[in-house]
Design a protein around this ligand. Sequence first.
Ligand code: IPE
Ligand code: IPE
Ligand code: MG
Length: 253
Amino acid sequence: MATTSTLSTPDLLEQVRLAGSPPKHVAIIMDGNGRWARERLMPRPFGHRSGMKAVREVVHGAIEAGLQHLSLFAFSQENWQRPTTEVSALMSLLEEYIAREVAELSERGVRVRILGERDRLTDGARKAVEMVERTTAHNDTLTLNIFISYGSRTELVRATQSLARDVAQGIMSPDDIDEDAISGRLMTAGMPDPDLLIRTSGEQRVSNFLLWQLAYTEFYISGVLWPDFGRRDLFTAILDYKRRERRYGKVSV
Ligand code: IPE
Ligand code: IPE
Ligand code: MG
């Protein structure tokens, strides 16, 4: 058999299909837009704009591969500390992405959810987010979770506050707080944990993404900068995942 690197994209997809049930949930830390722009002597927002095209490509790949959930880390809470021009460019790109893609996403059966601290978004971005969620709410081919203004520690703080409030009001007892109770108060409530986490641009850290949910997730680090990441990279990562043994602390069978 040819190695995956020499296969065409359709052949790679065929391999993914032959490999059996795909991961239900793939999460991606989309990193490297700034370096991609710098390599071209262009300003950072140019890299973010090209990154938007990669999102489109990967969403289509996720549908083809039969994923149920695709989670994309697009903007962290910590990213608010970047220069205002870059932050504004990213907010505008979010609006532009939604305006451009909403019809096709709907048509392809994609449900879009935006997760993060929504009140920090600009009015325009917030309206776009509400619109795309409303328009795609009834779709069920793929759920596309876009994490914007998201930080996992804050998410855990909010979940803890919400449980503490219920205990204080006598709605639940401290003994009722178990793993399911915590999972149920996170923004990802009701979703399976990611099976596979991909990070692009070679960085090997989680940068405050889904700390609770990644407990047993398989990691795949790709050296590709996000704007160059495409369907074949996604398929290659899925095939790599399919070759692994997930032991969950037990011994091999
Ligand atoms: C990822 O690319 C996109 C965001 C974090 C918004 P970066 O902007 O972090 O690109 P690099 O890491 O500087 O290359
Ligand atoms: C993580 O990338 C956040 C997103 C991809 C949205 P960063 O580029 O912000 O992460 P660090 O600073 O390298 O850890
Ligand atoms: Mg980065």
